[in-house]
Ligand binder design. Sequence first.
Ligand SMILES: O=P(O)(O)OC[C@H]1O[C@@H](O)[C@H](O)[C@@H](O)[C@@H]1O
Length: 321
Amino acid sequence: MAGTASVERVKDRATGLDKFVLREARGSSVESSARLDRVCFPFIRSNFPSILVIVDVNISFQATFKPPKAIRGGIQICFPQLGSHGVLEQHGFARNQFWSVDESPPPFPVATSNCHIDLILKSSQEDLKIWPHSYEFRLRVSLSPRGDLILTSRITNISSDGKPFQFTFAYHTYFSVSDISEVRVEGLETLDYLDNLQSRNRCTEQGDAVVFESEVDKVYLSAPSKIVIIDHEKKRTFVLRKEGLPDVVVWNPWGKKAKAMPDFGDDEYKNMLCVGAAAIEKPITLRPGEEWLGKQEISAVPSSYSSGQLDPEVIRRMHTI
Ligand SMILES: O=P(O)(O)OC[C@H]1O[C@@H](O)[C@H](O)[C@@H](O)[C@@H]1O
């Protein structure tokens, strides 16, 4: 049963800036919003009578919305550098920029939902001083009729100097969870990872899932295209699908680091988990005129989990998403 999709431009109360509310109607509605200030952070509210799940991303109660600090939460677009390994500021400058609406994006190479907003970021004179490469970064935020949130980034090298450039990238996604100690991430087990808490040492994950009992700051390498984040307490599973992004970042600051972060509550680490598709180990190289595409799709499905077995209904939903 298809409904009517709409995209509305409204004022965001927190910043006074424009944001876009994407609505997909199917019986009742699913909403997602995308903002223009420094970081695009979309979230979905769903009130499908039969589904009752929400893809919501966590935004700290103490987040600051004033530049130049990145907003603590949401889905941060980390470009052209992830982390502090490089000459740029932590996680690059894109998450601290104001985006514009892209009125006439070039045709999309892949089919997307008709409920979407296109944003664009171009190199500014300030950026060129610290990263001397001309680029166009197009971001499409789409909402599917079933409530999946799809972010598609297209980055083009528009330099006229004939030189290629390299970048690393991540959708640094702050998922909202009910209790971090009860969360289980599947899809990363047995993979190699770089441990940022141990000078980026390369290690191998052990166990049949990733669980959390202390600070975690890892980059999983060559991860599968689908990862699931199972929130036992809320009986909700996030399904993250990715394309063009081989790696996955996983981060939770835990108590001690949370206390040291001025824009994060002391206990907020209990209700969030960053998991995001990324390209880190092998930076992307773009020659002039070339375009790169990286996509992350998140869905929420109801879940129950017992004796190591996912509910058959969840498995069925995951296969049809
Ligand atoms: O505080 P920021 O810049 O948003 O970064 C949050 C975390 O992001 C992670 O990806 C980094 O590996 C951590 O080291 C960092 O603390």
